[in-house]
Design a protein around this ligand. Structure first.
Ligand code: GDP
Length: 380
């Protein structure tokens, strides 16, 4: 019997040990708090998805890793076709063209009609002298050649093109000599669209596959440098900036020096155009130009003029032309002006060609000026 008690004893001990073990496991689990879901290890994510369970559940698509997208640079429009595309933007062009053609196709070209023609031309800001010249030319030619409607249109077109002067060199001088960069100095009164025009020019140059550097030498307005940086970022052009209210000439100097050192094709310099007295303007712009030319000659001095300012704009233009040797004009906001005739007036006043026209706020709304395309837009 003793062996029987021994076996029972061992069995009891064994049961106690097993039950105790289970209790320990449970107790440990509780002590560990709520059971966390097992974390997916990296291998879980990368493991090839198992075939859908029994073909019913599709495997979850692995999450796409975070990829920082490389900034995509804009590809600006090439300038060739811009004036044609922007033709309809010449606000009021229809009014002038249709008005002139309507008057010239009257059966009787009497004095009243010629007066009405003069008024239309003066109203479009062509200027007094050019208006008289044009009317005289039209009178002579239509008298001699006979004024049937179709001819009137041809004669008017030819005479308007002559007035705009197709013989002027309208190329923008953006190339330097002897391996130096071309330097375009952009001047004009604030608010005329200077900074915007610098940005748009940078886009044209990039579209022509030139290397470009911009100089934010309008240090009086922090916003101007920011604005320029935004233009630059969009097409991948660097902007040289200086401290706010710093010396504009030193920013221009730095930029042109970098342009020379780095073999850049064109440096475009944005300047401040505060309406101050002529002496102040002369000191400021004169210094910027002199300092730049310690590095490399300025190849183009582009005056930005707001077409909507009419006579006021012409007076400003004159002041700037006396301060720096303006070599070209960028006429902005022609989309907002019914006074396309200012092209003629400003060229006459300064003896300098309009090289570019701004026809909107969009990045590619700047076009090289072309006399025939412009007159065709006026007469369309
Ligand atoms: P800045 O002070 O001379 O540098 O002038 P901004 O470049 O800051 O331009 C002044 C304002 O004119 C901005 O609102 C431009 O978007 C606007 N602007 C510039 N060029 C044109 C243009 O050709 N057409 C129109 N409609 N607006 C323009």
């Amino acid at each position: 019997m003793e062996w029987l008690y021994l076996v029972i004893g061992i069995a009891v001990v064994a049961v106690v040990v097993v039950l105790g073990g289970i209790g320990l496991v449970r107790g440990r689990g509780r002590e560990a708090g709520p059971v966390e879901a097992p974390r997916a290890t990296p291998t879980d994510v990368l493991a090839p998805p198992e075939a859908g369970i029994e073909g019913v559940l599709e495997p979850e698509a692995p999450e796409a890793p975070d990829v920082v997208a490389a900034p995509t640079l804009e590809r600006p429009e090439r300038p060739a076709s811009r004036l044609v595309r922007l033709r309809q933007r010449l606000a009021g062009s229809g009014t002038l063209g249709r008005g002139l053609l309507g008057l010239l196709s009257r059966e009787q070209l009497d004095e009243d009609t010629w007066e009405a023609i003069e008024d239309l031309l003066l109203g479009a800001d062509i200027g007094v002298q050019p208006t008289h010249e044009l009317v005289e030319r039209l009178r002579t030619r239509l008298r001699v050649e006979g004024g049937v409607a179709a001819d009137a249109r041809t004669v008017l077109r030819e005479e308007l093109i002559n007035l705009v002067d197709p013989s002027m060199d309208r190329s923008l001088h953006v190339s330097g000599a002897d391996g130096n960069p071309g330097v375009v100095l952009v001047v004009g009164v604030n608010g005329t669209g200077k900074t915007t025009t610098v940005g748009k020019i940078a886009r044209i140059l990039v579209a022509e596959e030139r290397t470009v550097l911009l100089a934010a030498a309008d240090t009086f307005r922090a916003a101007a440098a920011d604005q320029l940086s935004t233009w630059g970022e969009r097409v991948g052009v660097e902007v040289v900036r200086g401290p706010e209210a710093g010396d504009p000439a030193s920013v221009a100097f730095d930029a042109v020096k970098q342009g020379v050192d780095r073999g850049i094709d064109t440096v475009v310099v944005d300047t401040a155009g505060r309406l101050q007295n002529k002496q102040g303007l002369m000191d400021e712009l004169g210094k910027v130009k002199r300092v730049i030319e310690k590095q490399s000659p300025v190849t183009e001095v582009l005056l930005v003029l707001d077409a909507t300012t009419g006579q006021n704009g012409l007076i400003q233009a004159k002041v700037f032309a006396e301060v720096v040797d303006v070599t070209g004009i960028a006429l902005t906001k022609l989309d907002g002006s019914a006074k396309g005739g200012i092209v003629v007036a400003v060229q006459r006043q300064l003896g300098v060609p309009v090289k570019l026209v701004g026809l909107g706020e969009g990045p590619d709304d700047l076009a090289p000026f072309d006399a025939a395309a412009f007159v065709d837009a006026l007469l369309s």
